[in-house]
Design a protein around this ligand. Structure first.
Ligand code: BTN
Length: 319
């Protein structure tokens, strides 16, 4: 089915006969496949009598060769999927199979994209970047401290370099433009964090998505911010380079060396917030983060620190 889509990706008209000849199938088989594409991937296809079929808008696809060409020798191996349940889930399966790290898994779409705190990550076909990097960590807990915040910085700088000027961070690892989310990060860990473990750094970036159903929070995309279609292959290559740069710094010097830089980009410094953990809520004012990436809040005049994957931060109405 995707071979057919690739024949149509230029956004021009292609006759049913020509498409059938390229695929070695009949015109009616082409028509059936196109119906599947529309229904399953939600890609609108125009049909005009006498001219054939045309995508409503041209598509560009992820291309491992193109990404390798633009990633000046990262040495990370790359797996590209047309469709997968979740790139994080696939990365975890690769760890189970003993595939050596570092390994990057990307996909055109996810059918069960995972967000933080059990949420779904909406992952339409050929529009965004769904990226998971597998790392082997054998330096104990220190190498995990602040890791998700470091990934946030790398993502933020990638987006800035591609023209998203107003992008910033929200503790622990949201990447926002103003109050709208443009990227999210989900870390998953297997093994013994105090000894040898593998960590999957999952990054979802809204790239060319302009409409989305079922996203339960304010969001934006690179295209909505710039008015331009973005080249996802270039984005994946640049993201790899930035991750490599920040992960190297983190490994050599620890999170303490990156703490001040992270705080300088924290959009909610000094804001009145509520921190939600399950059914409990703590109101306070953001002081910043500590040298392990934990959130520091002023709660009724007393400083308290908070860390953990299940926490969520909201602005208070009076902020
Ligand atoms: C969040 O809730 O903010 C985190 C979203 C993380 C989404 C990415 S997309 C690539 C990777 N695979 C997944 O299933 N989730 C992460």
């Amino acid at each position: 089915m995707l071979t057919l889509l690739k024949l149509l990706k230029d956004g021009r008209f292609h006759s049913g006969q020509a498409l059938g000849a390229s695929l070695g199938v009949s015109r009616s088989a082409v028509w059936k496949q196109l119906q599947h594409l529309e229904a399953e991937l939600g890609i609108p296809i125009h049909k005009v009598r006498g001219r054939g079929y045309q995508l409503a808008a041209p598509l560009s696809f992820l291309d491992a060769d193109e990404i390798a060409l633009q990633s000046s020798g990262s040495g990370w191996s790359l797996q590209v999927f047309d469709s997968i349940d979740s790139t994080n889930a696939e990365a975890l399966r690769a760890i189970d199979r003993g595939v050596p790290a570092p390994l990057v898994v990307i996909a055109e779409r996810q059918t069960a994209g995972r967000g933080r705190r059990g949420r779904k990550w909406v992952s339409p076909f050929a529009e965004n970047v769904y990226y998971s990097l597998v790392l082997r960590v054998d330096g104990g807990m220190r190498q995990l401290e602040g890791l998700s915040l470091v990934v946030g910085l790398a993502v933020m700088h990638t987006l800035r370099e591609l023209g998203i000027a107003g992008v910033g961070l929200k503790w622990p690892n949201d990447v926002l433009v103003g109050s709208k989310k443009i990227a999210g990060i989900l870390l998953e860990l297997v093994g013994d964090p105090a000894d040898v473990c593998h960590v999957v750094l999952g990054v979802g970036i809204n790239v060319n998505m302009q409409v989305a159903e079922k996203v339960d929070q304010q969001w934006t995309s690179m295209r909505l911010e710039t008015g331009r279609m973005l080249d996802r292959n270039r984005l994946v290559a640049l993201l790899g380079a930035k991750l490599q740069q920040y992960l190297d710094r983190h490994r050599k010097s620890g999170f303490a060396e990156i703490q001040a830089e992270w705080e300088a980009h924290h959009l909610w410094q000094g804001r009145a917030v509520s921190l939600i953990a399950g059914s409990s809520q703590t109101d306070g004012v953001v002081i910043g983060i500590d040298n392990q990436g934990a959130l520091r809040l002023n709660v009724a005049g007393v400083e308290k620190t908070f860390s953990g994957g299940e926490l969520s931060l909201r602005l208070r109405d009076d902020s």
